[in-house]
Every structure is written in structure tokens, then in C-alpha cells.
Design a protein around this ligand. Structure first.
Ligand code: ATP
Ligand code: MG
Length: 562
């Protein structure tokens, strides 16, 4: 296994230090981690941080990482997510081998351990309603109140628990709670709920169960069953750790995993809460989970992000216990840096303006040689057809150019990339005064883009031959939310960026792009990095812009340095 990333500098962070220390001191024979998604939605870039951490550590220290589905809540889970999650993890470059597990595989064992707690007098059936349990839990400053059902006999508890399992009671009628301490300073230790009644079919166990373990009861015990040594989770679980340890201490589990917490990834200009992402999809505010504006892994994939760029991003973000918001510009920077080295260059005109080269013979055309990737000599060269009528970008021409505009203008000469110098003789306007066509002449002596007399031009622009062009739709994206830190409250939809999608039709591409391959990034010279959209067909080409060329991350860093 191995992702084959070129950046292999050793990573240091507090979690890797703990793992290294445990291995060196013999507290662990080898490291076992797990990535534990709940199959109630698609994975997002925040999950990528956790995946890269868990699988990365296993890889670096010669251990293994499990893919564990935390499928304990049948009311919100769906089978479609199970496959999509596996696909996303694999796409990101990681492999769990045969170590794919489900918390639901352990339901029988977890039930036996719940019985074990009841027999030991450490768990009881509570008949209070959810509201009563909440009301009696106390607050941060006040202790909770003991349930009136707390002193039930062992026999009664065992009988009721078996009947809960058999489906005799309504949802919410009873729960199983650990008997710990209603006066604890940690609310998680105030007799936490271990099992609740749910009458919903489970994607894997069907109608077998009418009770389901809570996250707290399933998680640490599943870790122990699988032999996980380091159970890595996000900071919101830090207060659950004493309960995690209490359960491990009080159950005959086969191993002693330990939980460590790190801070979640927060990314600017987007939301990373699954609940909010579901609302975006279900409310039709995006095309779906894989909409290229979504922070989901399927969205980033469709947008054209190479998985190696996401792994590089995770490395740079690092692992700490402090909360912060990472700039989207950093993610874009990682993609740009990678694709600059790997993506072949092509010419594509997104906002076409027709140019007629009057002294170029009608009916003739020729092949011009172009370099595929100036950053990679092995990428070779290709031929691009040139002819009398070409397209250039609309904003590469100005009728009354300001001082620093060096591209095309009346009477001005520029270089057509790889081809010839052309001079603009006339701008043809329609009745509304819009420019519809340029009449130009070319200098046949300048083939390849240099003048034998040594004369210079200030501007070089890209172009596409009209008769050879492939037509395409090109989709440009901006951030999904306007603000750096959008509200995640119930009003969060108000923060959506109305200009997040710009669909351009009638774009003109050099003909080689008609045969572009899915999943292979390409640079459109001067316009950014692009990829075929997954809906693209040879008859109807659709490209997505992954990132523009301009690097806003460099700017943010320069500003930070002052
Ligand atoms: P959400 O809050 O988006 O609903 P979640 O934590 O409920 O996410 P899970 O499927 O339970 O989603 O997460 C699986 C793993 O991914 C957990 O270990 C969780 O801590 C981790 N994870 C989720 N979101 C992030 C994030 N933003 N940054 C880092 N790790 C994350
Ligand atoms: Mg969760």
C-alpha cells in the first residue's frame, strides 16, 4: 500500500508523538487506528483530515487502519451512503484491506455486555421520558437528580431489558442507563443512556433489533473488539473520554484502546456540518452531493481536485488541539501547485471574439507546434491547427486601451501563442455598438512567435482556429458562501453566494480537447485548471474549472506577513 506522495517529509504532531512513544516503550506492539463514519451522509473535506490522519499514521508506523461504519442509528442511515463512503476513502488513496467493520456486527456482543453491567448492578432500566431525563440531568453548576427507577432489582432490570429487545415497548418508553453518578461534574457521567428503543429497520440487521446502542456504548467497545490501540476523534468528544474509560474499565473487553482528541477542520466560505449539507441537497440549493461547489469529497472529485492535492492539504493543515478556520485558498493553492507540475496545457477561448486574418489565404490551414507542459519535458509537444478565422478572448481586445493594457487594440501588434504576430486593422461593430469581429493581418515571417528582425511585442494571447474548434459548455465556480465564516445557524441559507456558478456556452476549444479523458486535469492556458464534468459526452462537452490560475493564497500569506 502507499499513496506514492512525493512529499514524504516526516510528519510531527502531538498524536504521532504519542504513537511513537507508545511503540518505543512497548505499550503497544503495533498501532491500529480506525476511521469511523456514520453512514448518514457523504464524506466532506473535514472527514478527509480524519482519514489522512488515521490511515496516514497506520502507514507511517507499519500498523493498520480499519474502516468502521458507526451504524447505530437506523432512523437516519441509508445503504447508499455505505458504498459512497468506501468509494470516497479509496479515491483519496487509502485501503483498509480486509478490515472493514460495522458497529452492527457487534450488536450481540454489545447486548451481552449491557447484560453484564446490569448483573454487576452498574446499569438500570429507566422509565422516565426523554424530557424528564433531560430535566433531571442538572446543569453545569447543579447536580442531577436520581431517577425514581434507579434502584430496580437486577431481576426486574434483566426482564425489562430482554422485553425491550423483543420489541414489547414503544419508542421512548424506556432506556437502559449506566449507573454512575448523578452528581458528577461531568454531565456525560450522570447515568448516560446506553440503549434506546427504535422501531426502524436497520440497513444491515433489518428487523432483528428493537433497541440500539448509543454512540458512547458502541464506540469504545467496538474499538476494543477490533484491537484498536489509538482511537482518534475530534475535540467535542473530549468530555466523553471519562465515560469511554469507565466502560472499558467495567466490561470484560479483550483490549484497552485509548481515545485522543484533535481539533476539527473548519474551512472558510463553506459549511462542514452534515446536517447543513443535507439541507443544501434536499432543498435543491445545489445539484446534489457531488455538486462541484460542495465541500464533499464527491464534489471535490467532480470539480477536478486530484486526491493528492487533498492529502497535501491535510499535511499542511496539520493536527493540533486548537480551533481555527483554514482558508479555502490554501486548498486551491495545493491543487494549483500539483497541477502546475502534472497538467498538460491546452488553448481554450471561454468568451470568444471572432478574428479574421485578411492576408491569410482562404481555405488553407497549417499545424502549429505547441508545448504540452513547460514544467515537464517528458510531456512532449502537440500540433494545433491554425487558419484564417480564429477566436480570441473578448477581453484580450480593447478599443480604447488604458496605459498598461498590452494586448490587442486598433493598430496594435500582439503574438498569438506559438503561431504568428497579428496586427489589428479594424474592429467591426453591430448596430448596438458591440464589437462582433476583428479584421487583422499577420506577418508570415513570425511563424513560431518570433520576428526575424528582432522586433518585440508586449502581449501574447491564446487563440483557437474557428473551423477546427470543439464547442463546449464551461462551468466556472466561486465559493458556495459569500462570507469567510458563514453562519451555520438556521438562517445559513441567506449566506449562499448567488454568483457561485457561472455557466458559459459556446466556448471554443482546441480540437484535442474533444478527446480529453475523464479524471485527467488540464490547464487551459491563462484561464485555469479544468476537467471534464462527469456528465460530459463527446457530443456535448462540459468542462468544470477546478481553480483559476491566480493564486489568492500567496496574497493572503503576503498580507499576513505584513
Ligand atoms: P458532521 O458534524 O459533519 O455531521 P460527524 O462527526 O457527525 O460529522 P461522522 O461520520 O461521525 O461525522 O465522522 C466520522 C469521523 O470523522 C469522526 O471521527 C469525526 O470526528 C471525523 N470528522 C468529522 N468532521 C470532521 C472535521 N470537520 N474535521 C476533522 N474530523 C472530522
Ligand atoms: Mg458523528
Amino acid at each position: 500500500m502507499g499513496t506514492g506522495d512525493t512529499n514524504t517529509a516526516e510528519l510531527r504532531d502531538f498524536i504521532r508523538d504519542i504513537v511513537r512513544g507508545d511503540l518505543e516503550a512497548g505499550r503497544a506492539a503495533s498501532v491500529v487506528t480506525r476511521f469511523p463514519p456514520e453512514p448518514n451522509g457523504h464524506l466532506h473535506i473535514g472527514h478527509a483530515k480524519s482519514i489522512c490522519l488515521n490511515f496516514g499514521i497506520a502507514e507511517e508506523f507499519g500498523g493498520r487502519c480499519h474502516l468502521r461504519y458507526d451504524d447505530t442509528n437506523p432512523a437516519k442511515e441509508e445503504a447508499e451512503f455505505i458504498d459512497a463512503i468506501a468509494q470516497d476513502v479509496r479515491w483519496l488513496g487509502f485501503d483498509w484491506g480486509e478490515h472493514r467493520y460495522f458497529a452492527s456486527d457487534n450488536f450481540e456482543q454489545l447486548y451481552d455486555w449491557a447484560v453484564h453491567l446490569i448483573e454487576a448492578g452498574k446499569a438500570y432500566i429507566d422509565d422516565q421520558s426523554g424530557d424528564e431525563i433531560r430535566a433531571n440531568r442538572g446543569t453545569l453548576s447543579e447536580p442531577g437528580k436520581n431517577s425514581p427507577w434507579r434502584e430496580r432489582t437486577r431481576e426486574e432490570n434483566l426482564d425489562l431489558f430482554a422485553r425491550m429487545r423483543a420489541g414489547e415497548f414503544d419508542e421512548g418508553a424506556r432506556v437502559l442507563r449506566a449507573k454512575i453518578d448523578m452528581g458528577s461534574g461531568n454531565i456525560n457521567l450522570r447515568d448516560p443512556v446506553l440503549y434506546r428503543i427504535v422501531h426502524a429497520p436497520h440497513p444491515r440487521t433489518g428487523e432483528d433489533w428493537h433497541i440500539y446502542p448509543t454512540y458512547d456504548f458502541a464506540h469504545g467497545q467496538s474499538d476494543a473488539i477490533e484491537g484498536v490501540t489509538h482511537s482518534l476523534c475530534t475535540l467535542e468528544f473530549a468530555d466523553h473520554r471519562p465515560l469511554y474509560d469507565w466502560l472499558i474499565d467495567n466490561l470484560p473487553v479483550p483490549a484497552r484502546p485509548r481515545q485522543y482528541e484533535f481539533s476539527r477542520l473548519n474551512l472558510s466560505h463553506t459549511v462542514l456540518s452534515k446536517r447543513r449539507l443535507i439541507e443544501l441537497v434536499e432543498g435543491g440549493h445545489v445539484e446534489g452531493w457531488d455538486d462541484p461547489r460542495m465541500p464533499t469529497l464527491s464534489g471535490l472529485r467532480r470539480r477536478g481536485y486530484p486526491p493528492a492535492a487533498i492529502r497535501d492539504f491535510a499535511r499542511r493543515v496539520g493536527v493540533t488541539r486548537s480551533d481555527n478556520v483554514v482558508e479555502m485558498a490554501l486548498l486551491e493553492h495545493c491543487a494549483r501547485e500539483l497541477m502546475n507540475k502534472t497538467a498538460e496545457r491546452r488553448m481554450a477561448v471561454l468568451h470568444p471574439l471572432k478574428v479574421v486574418i485578411e492576408n491569410y489565404p482562404e481555405g488553407r490551414w497549417e499545424d502549429i507546434e505547441a508545448i504540452n507542459n513547460p514544467e515537464d519535458g517528458r510531456a512532449g509537444r502537440r500540433k494545433v491547427p491554425f487558419s484564417r478565422v480564429i477566436y480570441i478572448e473578448r477581453d484580450d481586445f480593447m478599443k480604447d486601451p488604458p496605459r498598461k493594457f498590452f494586448r490587442l487594440a486598433p493598430g496594435r501588434e500582439v503574438r498569438l501563442r506559438y503561431a504568428y504576430f497579428i496586427t489589428c486593422r479594424e474592429a467591426v461593430e453591430d448596430e448596438a455598438g458591440d464589437i462582433v469581429e476583428l479584421r487583422c493581418t499577420y506577418d508570415p515571417q513570425t511563424r513560431g512567435g518570433n520576428a526575424p528582425d528582432g522586433r518585440k511585442v508586449r502581449g501574447t494571447i491564446h487563440w483557437v482556429s474557428a473551423q477546427h474548434a470543439a464547442n463546449a459548455q464551461v462551468r466556472l465556480y466561486d465559493t458556495l458562501f459569500s462570507e469567510v465564516e458563514p453562519s451555520t445557524g438556521d438562517d445559513f441559507l441567506a449566506g449562499l453566494n448567488p454568483g457561485s456558478l457561472d455557466v458559459l456556452n459556446g466556448c471554443k476549444l482546441e480540437p484535442a480537447l474533444a478527446h480529453a479523458a475523464h479524471g485527467v486535469p488540464v490547464q487551459f492556458e491563462r484561464n485555469g485548471y479544468f476537467c471534464l464534468d462527469e456528465t460530459s459526452t463527446p457530443e456535448r462537452l462540459v468542462f468544470n474549472r477546478t481553480v483559476p490560475l491566480r493564486d489568492s493564497w500567496a496574497k493572503i500569506q503576503a498580507r499576513a506577513r505584513g
